[in-house]
Design a protein around this ligand. Structure first.
Ligand code: MG
Length: 296
């Protein structure tokens, strides 16, 4: 069994040749939104069609963290470790406080309901950035079918005022997003509108010296499949979901190699004791692999 498909000599620096891709849990329908809680030694992830957030504890197993979960999708943590969640069902982004209560971060823009927030990240200044494609309101499978009120934008929530601004408005359907380790770049995957033949690609936005995204260009087009979600390592490589596994893309946009996974991958996150493990959400299962680099 081979777990890797190397496309560049450099790839061997980032993976451990003898480290297996291990299936950690299975039996879900469409898993997404992995986030690592080192303090709890646990991975949370969404099982979207089953309307629940699951918790995986290495060595222990998997249990339900939240159900119903408003058809939650992407998850992350803010600067003090609180859980941020994109919810399709309620068309909002929420924060779970330390005491377990829920605070609404965003549910509308200019008086109109958001579509179905998909993925969320936090910048070092505390601002919250999330994508709002329409996937969660196009069918009843991952939310509730409803009329689309807004285009598919990327939003920024100001850390001081809580004000919400549309900061990227030129993509068809923005999905996964992440900053480079030095935050001079913002990467956003465009997965295209549902029931259309839009092209898909990861776009890179220039953030150098800027608070808002500047000029953009196509960074890389994942094939087979498309990039739904990704994370970066400390060297600035992008580890992206693909139909055949996880692709490692250099900061120059070159495919360095692949981790082969037997199911379509939706997203990844770094975790484990030294953030050197990559957790992979892939259709009905979660997988894990140890890497020779840590998450940024
Ligand atoms: Mg996504």
């Amino acid at each position: 069994m081979t777990f890797f498909d190397s496309r560049h000599p450099q790839f061997s620096h980032y993976v451990l040749g003898n480290a297996p891709v291990r299936q950690l849990a299975t039996g879900f329908d469409w898993v997404e939104g992995p986030v690592w809680f080192g303090d709890a030694h646990a991975l949370l992830f969404s099982d979207i069609p089953n309307n629940r957030i699951m918790r995986y504890i290495p060595g222990v197993g998997v249990s339900v963290y939240r159900e119903p979960a408003n058809f939650s999708n992407g998850n992350t943590r803010d600067l003090i470790g609180r859980l941020l969640t994109c919810e399709h069902g309620t068309r909002r982004v929420t924060r779970t406080e330390i005491d377990g209560s829920i605070t609404i971060i965003a549910d509308q823009y200019q008086g109109k309901r958001l579509n179905s927030p998909n993925d969320v990240i936090v910048k070092s200044d505390g601002s919250i950035w999330f994508t709002d494609p329409h996937y969660g309101i196009m069918t009843d499978y991952e939310g509730f079918r409803a009329e689309q009120e807004l285009p598919c934008h990327v939003y920024r929530v100001d850390p001081e005022s809580g004000a919400i601004d549309a900061v990227v408005t030129n993509l068809n359907c923005p999905n996964g997003l992440a900053f480079s380790p030095d935050e001079t770049r913002l990467y956003i995957a465009d997965t295209g509108r549902m029931f259309s033949d839009d092209t898909t690609a990861i776009h890179v936005f220039d953030m150098k010296g800027k608070e808002l995204p500047g000029a953009s260009q196509v960074f890389h087009s994942i094939s087979p499949g498309a990039s739904d979600g990704f994370r970066l390592d400390t060297d600035g490589n992008l580890w992206s979901s693909a139909a055949d596994g996880v692709h490692c893309i250099s900061p120059d946009g070159d495919l360095l190699g692949k981790i082969l996974v037997p199911e379509v991958v939706s997203n990844v996150c770094f975790g484990g004791r030294r953030k050197h493990q990559l957790f992979i959400t892939a259709t009905t299962s979660i997988y894990g692999i140890s890497l020779n680099r840590s998450g940024a």
